[in-house]
Design a protein. Structure first.
Length: 149
């Protein structure tokens, strides 16, 4: 399909702008269904305003971090936590939380002192070798044929 430059009208300023053949090819490659609605200056002005506008971003989407003031269930000091506490569950301050964290489990075999000092042998069992007999891989092709005959 061959593309030709088209003249479009901006929905913001009402001015006309050119939707070039190259831009149309790009839109087709990206499978965009609609033509652009705004000229480049209005598009960049809108993008710049969206980043600085209050009420936009993660906080407006409800993804903000909640800080709740409460008392620690262990020591009783006033603290803030990054969640809304649930009734019936203990809330800990940072220090009590660190103290309550479980220590990483160590496997029993690694925890015993004799296993840490005992040497581990990593040798494969060796079959006894008969005197005067060679392994076929060590022999030349002629020697293998004569020993098989």
């Amino acid at each position: 399909m061959e593309f030709v430059d088209r003249l479009l009208t901006c929905v913001d300023c009402g001015g006309e702008f050119i939707f070039t053949a190259g831009e149309q090819l790009f839109f087709q490659d990206k499978s965009f269904k609609n033509d652009p609605k705004r000229c480049k200056p209005c598009k960049s002005r809108r993008a710049a305003g969206a980043t600085a506008a209050p009420g936009s971003g993660p906080a407006a989407a409800g993804i903000s971090r909640t800080e709740t003031r409460t008392e620690c269930s262990e020591c009783g000091i006033s603290t803030t936590v990054p969640f809304k506490p649930t009734q019936g569950r203990p809330v800990l301050c940072r220090q009590c939380f660190k103290n309550k964290r479980p220590v990483p489990a160590i496997p029993e075999a690694a925890a015993t002192p004799e296993s840490a000092t005992a040497p581990v042998e990593m040798t494969a069992p060796v079959a006894p070798v008969e005197q005067g007999v060679q392994h076929p891989a060590d022999m030349s092709a002629a020697a293998v044929q004569t020993s098989q005959a």
